[in-house]
Design a binder for this molecule. Structure first.
Ligand code: PHE
Length: 337
């Protein structure tokens, strides 16, 4: 009997040690402390014990029961404590979670970078409406009446004489109409063309227009201004070339290329193996444009230029598809942050 008591005592110890839930605790009670549990069983067998040992065994059994009861209470208390610890606990002293900070969109940033260079060269910033009339978008810019850009195929018409501007050049006209020369301004803004959307073209894009008008503005001024810009924007060692071109509102007209900064002129996919990248259109303001805004073409000369922002951003950041710029996929935006 005494042997059995010490065996059950060990059993009680082991079982108590492994209690980790309410269920374990209950099982412990049922096994040892309940009316039909192991300790009650031993008490029942007290009858078989010879009278001279009864007192001693009885004492041992009482001690065993108190031992089990103590352990039960202790484990129960611990269980309640640990459950309390598991409930969510708010630490008001923790520093707050930082809110994710957004950043300027790649188009806005490119415009800002271009602007800051020209502002340092003495240009001011002007803007104009995105909805234009034929008069400002074409007529005053010396577009012949049969020019293909006037076709529905290329231009989004809203109503007969209301269209989405196809370039920022109408802002030149509005500026000259509203101010006396000298003028030195750049005009950033959104433009629209009825194009098939592809990796290289989109129905919406941005341009930065530039205009300088005064009494002795020359083609050399145009070149030196644009070369200074290109070296600042694309890097000091950028090589350049001007190719003759045609725009109705400038005469002579040119396109400016810079040496491909991706392959350093060796030829790559982006420069189509030419080593050159076209970055803008430019030219001397056509006398007809001056006449249209009431300026005297005998007295004044000027240069103008226009560059595509998305193209500029794509070159600078090696973005392969213009659609990525407008889709606003957060993974893309984050990379350009
Ligand atoms: N407006 C022209 C274009 O959209 C660009 C340009 C602007 C060319 C000013 C010459 C002078 O292509």
């Amino acid at each position: 009997m005494l042997e059995e008591i010490s065996k059950i005592k060990r059993e009680i110890e082991n079982t108590a040690r492994n209690i980790s839930s309410r269920e374990d605790l209950d099982a412990f009670r049922v096994t040892f402390l309940a009316r039909k549990g192991k300790i009650a069983n031993l008490f029942a067998r007290l009858r078989e014990i010879p009278p001279e040992q009864k007192r001693d065994v009885g004492q041992q059994l009482n001690a065993l029961r108190s031992f089990a009861e103590e352990l039960f209470k202790e484990r129960e208390k611990q269980l309640v404590e640990s459950q309390k610890r598991k409930t969510p606990f708010l630490d008001y002293t923790l520093p707050g979670r930082e809110l994710p900070i957004g950043h300027t969109h790649i188009v806005s940033r490119t415009i800002a970078d271009i602007q800051s260079i020209f502002v340092r060269m003495g240009f001011s910033i002007a803007t104009g409406p995105e909805l234009e009339s034929d008069y400002y978008n074409f007529e005053t810019l010396n577009f012949p009446s049969d020019h293909p850009a006037r076709d529905m195929q290329d231009t989004f018409f809203i109503k007969d004489d209301v269209l989405l501007r196809t370039h920022t050049s109408p802002v030149q006209i509005r500026l000259m109409e509203s101010r006396k020369p000298p003028i030195r301004a750049i005009m950033p803004g959104r433009c629209y063309r009825n194009e098939v959307i592809s990796a290289r073209s989109h129905v919406q894009f941005h341009q930065v227009e530039g205009l300088s008008v005064d009494t002795h503005v020359t083609f050399t001024d145009l070149k030196s201004t644009l070369v200074a810009f290109a070296r600042e924007f694309y890097g000091k060692s950028t090589a350049y070339r001007f190719r003759p071109s045609y725009f109705p509102f400038t005469e002579p007209s040119a396109e400016m290329d810079i040496s491909c900064f991706l392959c350093h002129g060796n030829g790559c996919r982006v420069c189509k193996n030419t080593g050159w990248l076209e970055i803008l259109g430019c030219g001397m303001v056509d006398p007809n444009v001056f006449k249209a805004v009431g300026y005297d073409p005998e007295e004044l000369t000027g240069f103008a230029f226009g560059m595509g922002i998305e193209r500029t951003a794509m070159l600078r950041h090696n973005i392969p598809d213009i659609r990525l710029i407008f889709e606003n996929d957060a993974r893309m935006l984050r990379q350009l942050g």
